[in-house]
Write a protein that binds this ligand. Structure first.
Ligand SMILES: C[S@@+](CC[C@H](N)C(=O)[O-])C[C@H]1O[C@@H](n2cnc3c(N)ncnc32)[C@H](O)[C@@H]1O
Length: 375
């Protein structure tokens, strides 16, 4: 197998970037990969322009709208703004993000009046997009009404069980799990507009990690020692004379009520600020499906730029990291990319940048300007 040189630095070029599984179990024939490398390998550039904050989700945590739900694998709104500026993208142009995740690219485009198309497989990201993209039209008085109800009332107990997946069993303290489902059912019974109802569902999804005995950590959920699953495992281990497994201790687990109040208060504030200056009209579409099958259906030459952070084959399983959210949404274990797992970004700072001729970053050369990010 011939490995093309992707880096200008010889010491890096000497390292092989391929391994036996690179072609993902034959989904991509080796010859196709080689053809891709031959076409685009020369266009890869390393860049030190962006810092860690910008290429990761860190900067989004406190960012209006983007911080409503954590998405550790995301890049920041600031990065997208900066790239759109570099590419000379203006209102009316169209950008593509084929691995949209928390939809940072689409939301920044929306704020700037730029058209955008995203593709994303996971339903938790779909709900995040549905909730965040409505920010300019939420009825603030209705959100205040919901906040008042949460503050002043206790939802009646629900008979709905939390729709656990095997790997999420015992993820919540029992009273938290009861409350989650009580609020879930209660929101359905309130007289609310479809937008606010959707927002309530999103708010519940967004607090799941915080009220649970789990913490997203790299590729897995780490478990608190108090979770029933860990306690039972440790009892078994002790009876077998084995040392107990070490879990984390998250300290006091906040209540569903306090977290809901927190997230909805933040949302109301952000919506209030953003609604003062709504962006120029534009259109954003999130295609819900597998990029492998959806991208080829898109018409050629409609995109002025591509900004994306792709998954990295066989390294990262998003369905494990987002198991709580997927379980809550009633998604069984049946999500399939058609090519195995859903994977993480490459842990490096490689930038693919198609050529920009002169000051024009548009499709003048017959290709969109594009950036492929690895955070
Ligand atoms: C690194 S994340 C993108 C994060 C995004 N840039 C952001 O700011 O939130 C990659 C995304 O690709 C999605 N993904 C992975 N494989 C996919 C596939 N075959 N089709 C569609 N989406 C996929 C994952 O669910 C994940 O949300």
């Amino acid at each position: 197998m011939q490995q093309l040189l992707l880096f200008a630095r010889e010491d890096l070029a000497l390292q092989s970037l391929t391994h036996a599984q690179f072609s993902h179990d034959g989904v991509c024939p080796e010859a196709a990969r080689m053809a891709l490398e031959q076409t685009y390998g020369g266009l890869l550039q390393e860049s030190n322009t962006f810092n860690r904050q910008l290429v990761s989700f860190q900067a989004n945590k406190t960012e209006r709208l983007h911080g409503w739900i954590k998405y550790r694998e995301g890049f920041s709104a600031g990065l997208v703004e900066s790239l759109l500026g570099d590419f000379g993208i203006k209102p009316g142009d169209t950008v593509l993000d084929p691995f949209a995740g928390s939809c940072t690219t689409l939301l920044v485009a929306q704020a700037l009046g730029v058209n955008a198309v995203g593709i994303e497989l996971l339903p938790n990201s779909h709900l995040a997009w549905d909730a965040k993209s409505r920010v300019y039209r939420y009825d603030l008085a209705e959100i205040s009404h919901v906040l008042h109800l949460i503050e002043s009332q206790t939802p009646p107990p629900s008979s709905r069980p939390f729709p656990h997946l095997p790997i999420t069993e015992s993820a919540f303290p029992p009273e938290v799990e009861r409350d989650l489902m009580a609020y879930d059912q209660w929101f359905d019974t309130l007289e609310l507009s479809a937008d606010t109802r959707l927002l309530c569902r999103f708010a519940l999804m967004s607090i799941l990690e915080d009220v649970s005995y789990t913490r997203k950590d790299g590729q897995y959920l780490r478990w608190d020692v108090r979770a029933e699953k860990i306690r039972a495992a440790n009892e078994r281990r002790r009876s077998q004379g084995l040392a107990p497994v070490h879990g984390i201790n998250k300290g006091v687990i906040p209540s569903v009520k306090s977290e809901l109040l927190k997230v909805l208060t933040r949302i109301r504030y952000d919506a209030q600020v953003l609604q003062r200056e709504p962006p120029p009209p534009s259109s954003q579409t999130l295609v819900r499906g597998n990029t492998l099958s959806e991208l080829p259906k898109m018409p050629p030459a409609v995109f002025d730029a591509v900004i994306t952070s792709p998954p990295y084959a066989n390294r990262y399983d998003y369905t494990r990291t987002y198991a709580l959210e997927l379980a809550y949404l009633g998604v069984g274990e049946g999500i399939s990319t058609g090519c195995g797992r859903i994977c993480s970004p490459v842990p490096s700072r490689i930038v693919l940048n198609l050529p920009i001729s002169g000051t024009s970053t548009r499709r003048s050369a017959g290709q969109p300007t594009s950036m492929l990010f690895s955070t």
